[in-house]
Design a protein around this ligand. Sequence first.
Ligand code: SAM
Length: 272
Amino acid sequence: MTARAAHRPVGSVTRGTTNPNRLRRMDRWIAHAHGAELRRAADPVAVDLGYGAAPWTSVELLGRLRAVAPRVRVVGVEIEPARVAAAQPYARDGLVFRHGGFEIPLPQRPYLVRAANVLRQYDEDEVAGVWERLCARLAPADPVTGSRGGLLVEGTCDEIGRRHVWVALGPEGPRTVTFATRLGSLERPSDLAERLPKALIHRNVPGEPVHAFLRDFDRAWAAAAPYASYGARQRWIRTVRQLTADWPVTDGPARWRQGEVSVDWAALAPRS
Ligand SMILES: C[S@@+](CC[C@H](N)C(=O)[O-])C[C@H]1O[C@@H](n2cnc3c(N)ncnc32)[C@H](O)[C@@H]1O
């Protein structure tokens, strides 16, 4: 292998579309679900992988994570060199930008890798390999301290962050799928189908678990219609409570109130 090939970032340059505040729902969830791990880590490094044409999401991730874990440092990693150069003026205490790809060009194993709207532009059959590579880079679990190790959050959202779906993975592999939405803009839960992450979006067809889940979600939403008079939030809470009868929902009303619900990955994983 030539020295040049050895240092070539792993992955492909894709469209750099981003927006300020687009990933606020994902940031909030990460702060809630992973804040304690970040707080107690000796070197809490978080990677914003594929931050795009402007580094707004990295700047915001730093601010939101520091609110729960003040020692966090964020590294924005981008495969397109011009986007790395354009980001440099935004570097600050706790935030640097590096050229790189799925190999994650850092000496340490990060406690968080967030890849939002990155894999969407890859082929479905590339996802498993990328997940495996990224999970292998996460900080390991430590049975002595009880740490579950680093977290990979990989998913998709619309241009202004009203609809999100992401998968959370630990060093051992996929854990949960989270659906998050601005409830006021929702007609039915399956509106989120168009934002399913790459691993699931092509599986929203009869016979696949994610299709059955969204069908049941819509049915529960229709059954909860009388609660709409108390507001979309009450209707969503009622809907998710109904879903728990048949699906392994992993969170509770405090998250449902935010327009979220998380489900065990194993229940939604593709059949083949
Ligand atoms: C659509 S933008 C997403 C920007 C931001 N994460 C967001 O959600 O608003 C996708 C970015 O990921 C970058 N990208 C694609 N593959 C990558 C890889 N393997 N490593 C690092 N960046 C990558 C692309 O160059 C592009 O700038």
